[in-house]
Design a protein around this ligand. Structure first.
Ligand code: SF4
Length: 139
């Protein structure tokens, strides 16, 4: 396995489906698809001034995952730690209508929403693999 650590930082959107999908897709990617190969960063801690999170994002590649075009995770990361390596916006993948839907509670998610999580998680993996490939550490 590569030595490169890659951080994945999801927005913490609680007001629309896109934020929920961002978080669930990031967790799926980390816990099932690329186990042990990613470091997840906590956006609230990051914003609160967590030095560990900010230092990591300065030193290692980071992929941000945002629910909508406001790109809170990307903007916060670039403000405090510099340019991100790649970024993914759920509304670009699923469309604004779906991403801005008010279905946000995990208990209300249906099969179609979990399919969205799978799709976004796969897209994060593609970006993850591309970064490793560019570093000559294709998995
Ligand atoms: S990127 Fe969109 S969904 Fe995510 S926290 Fe910001 S406003 Fe909410």
């Amino acid at each position: 396995m590569a030595d490169t650590k890659i951080g994945v930082l999801s927005c913490s959107g609680e007001e629309c489906l896109g934020g929920t999908i961002s978080r669930l897709a990031t967790r799926k990617m980390m816990e099932k698809l690329r186990v042990g190969k990613t470091v997840t960063l906590c956006l609230p801690l990051y914003l609160a001034g967590g030095e560990g999170e900010r230092s990591f994002a300065k030193a290692y590649p980071v992929i941000t995952v945002d629910g909508c075009s406001k790109c809170c995770a990307k903007r916060a990361t670039e403000k405090y730690s510099g340019k991100v390596s790649d970024t993914l916006v759920v509304s670009d993948i699923l469309g604004e209508h779906a991403a801005l839907s008010k279905v946000v509670s995990s208990k209300d998610l249906k099969n179609e929403h979990y399919q969205m999580v799978d799709k976004v998680a796969d897209e994060i993996c593609k970006k993850f693999d591309k970064i490793l490939y560019e570093k000559g550490e294709n998995k």
